[in-house]
Ligand binder design. Structure first.
Ligand SMILES: *Cc1c(COP(=O)(O)O)cnc(C)c1O
Length: 499
């Protein structure tokens, strides 16, 4: 299986190369040269398997330069024992809703599904290619991705990770999650300033040739863990197959029946993974794309025009506050019949003028595959409350945006095809909003919030959050943005000593 770039068909890489490179030099994203096809028997066989065995079967179709033993080590390492219970991605019933809960991992949000796997793929890809340099992952974070990446990369062979976060830009719990991070190859550094200062600082570090040379001499190189890496997208295909197999095993659907899916969407990675599963032969019907007030995707999928020249809103679904959905480029590539020049042209238009449009025929095709809706903060809270009143299920804000989109879809179309709602975060991750939605008082302290939500919902506070009150703080103090390079080098020396 070769991987090609969405902007230049002459670029062809192996899976290992695509994972280590992350992004193509001309700015394109790597996509498999074809979608491996599975039949209904393949899906039936998944029913009797564990999640990690399902992951191994599906990922093997794409990672043909990984040995089967290595792949097994990756999938077991990522999913066996690292999530609560033995089902990393269970499907829950709440009234007539079916929810795919993707937040039973170490950081209580769905990024764990991919970030528990990516480091293992990076480590194996290095060995496959005989690359003996150590991959140092640099992350600027406003909270969630940083912690998920730290948990994923901690103590993974041949890797190290350094995370920078804005000192006043994260919640108390997010700060503690990072400051207490365990592992011998991790570094966490608070930066004076806001998220932009942090991100700009990290971009400067990536661009510094002197730094790259200096690290090269020590057999290290800098890399990123962001959501356009193929190694993050691939593990997300697995849970759509897994959910389908679970619904079939419990008799809710017959293998072969169509299943619609509603996904709370930001960067378009999660919903794209579902589209890929469909292209492989999983019987998926409509993909319902749910956005918050930053409804750039809703507009694109319903009008055919992508326009990022709009006001940016901070919402109660912060992980979906986004104006440029990077992974949409991979869908455009399919929509345009894999015509790289057409993709490159749209991306050029987006860069230069802030917008692009697709043809009427392309829009027809989009409308066949997708439906798209958005909702504001108040409707998000209303949805949490309604579902709780109706069936006692407590969901987080992001999941509620998807439920709201599903309700709009069903009202508009009358389509009663079975449907799966993708639930992307634990309600405890956004406890203050959820308490507000349920009409409860919001205590001032964040740990008091968790306890209050536990009382209302009858759910236990996730252990990984509860223990933060006791874990020793390992990383303290803040640096100015111009001191980030020094902080990084210092951290790498300390990591070396503990290796
Ligand atoms: C990242 C994230 C999303 C958005 O997922 P994309 O793959 O970027 O579309 C939705 N909900 C939560 C809780 C997230 O962390």
């Amino acid at each position: 299986m070769k991987y090609i770039s969405t902007r230049d068909p002459s670029i062809q890489l192996t899976a290992s190369q695509a994972i280590l490179k992350g992004i193509s030099p001309e700015g394109g994203l790597f996509v498999p040269e074809e979608f491996p096809q599975v039949d209904l028997d393949f899906i039936r066989e998944l029913e009797g398997l564990t999640y990690w065995e399902r992951a191994e079967r599906i990922m093997a179709l794409y990672l043909d330069d990984f040995s089967r033993e290595d792949l097994k080590a990756c999938t077991e390492g990522a999913y066996r024992g690292t999530f609560d219970g033995d089902r990393p991605a269970p499907v829950r019933a709440a009234g007539d809703l079916r929810l795919l809960e993707l937040w039973h991992g170490p950081t209580c949000a769905f990024k764990d599904m991919a970030l528990q796997m990516l480091p293992r793929l990076v480590s194996t890809a290095r060995r496959n290619l005989g690359d003996d340099r150590r991959a140092i992952v640099l992350v600027a974070t406003s909270g969630d991705t940083g912690k998920a990446a730290l948990e994923g990369f901690r103590d993974v062979d041949g890797t190290g990770i350094a995370v920078f976060y804005p000192v006043d830009g994260v919640s108390q719990i997010q700060r503690l999650q990072m400051a207490t991070q365990q592992g011998s190859n991790v570094a966490v550094q608070a930066v004076e300033g806001n998220f932009d200062d942090c991100q700009t600082g990290v971009k400067h570090l990536f661009a510094k040739e002197q730094l790259a040379e200096r690290l090269g001499e020590q057999k290290m190189y800098l890399t990123s863990a962001n959501s356009i890496n193929w190694g993050r997208l691939l593990p997300q295909i697995v849970y759509y197959f897994s959910a389908y197999a679970d619904l079939a095993a419990s008799g809710e659907i017959q293998v072969g029946d169509k299943l619609n899916v509603a996904v709370p969407t930001g960067n378009f990675g999660n919903i794209l993974a579902c589209y890929y599963a469909k292209r492989m032969g999983l019987p998926i019907g409509r993909l319902i794309c749910a956005s918050n007030r930053n409804d750039v995707l809703t507009e694109f999928l319903t009008t055919g025009t992508y326009n990022r020249k709009r006001e940016f809103h901070l919402t109660n679904t912060p992980s979906m506050d986004i104006l440029i959905s990077s992974n949409l480029e991979r869908y455009l590539f399919e929509l345009f019949g894999r015509e790289a020049r057409a993709v490159a042209y749209c991306m050029y238009r987006l860069n230069e003028g802030g917008e692009y449009s697709v043809t009427a025929e392309a829009l027809d095709q989009i409308r066949e595959e997708f439906a798209a809706y958005s909702c504001d903060d108040q409707k998000t809270l209303d949805t949490i409350r309604e579902i709780h009143d109706r069936c006692g299920y407590v969901m987080d804000t992001h999941t509620a945006v998807a439920v709201n989109a599903l309700e709009q879809y069903q009202q508009e179309t009358g389509d009663r095809t079975p449907v799966l709602v993708v639930s992307t975060a634990s309600p405890f991750k956004f406890a203050d909003s959820v308490l507000t939605a349920l009409g409860r008082e919001v205590p001032a302290g964040e740990f008091d919030c968790l306890r209050a939500l536990s009382e209302v919902s009858g759910l236990a506070v996730p252990a990984s959050l509860a223990q933060l009150e006791e874990l020793p703080v390992r990383f303290e103090g803040a640096v100015r943005p111009q001191e980030m390079e020094h902080a990084l080098l210092h951290a790498l020396r300390k990591m070396d000593e503990s290796m």
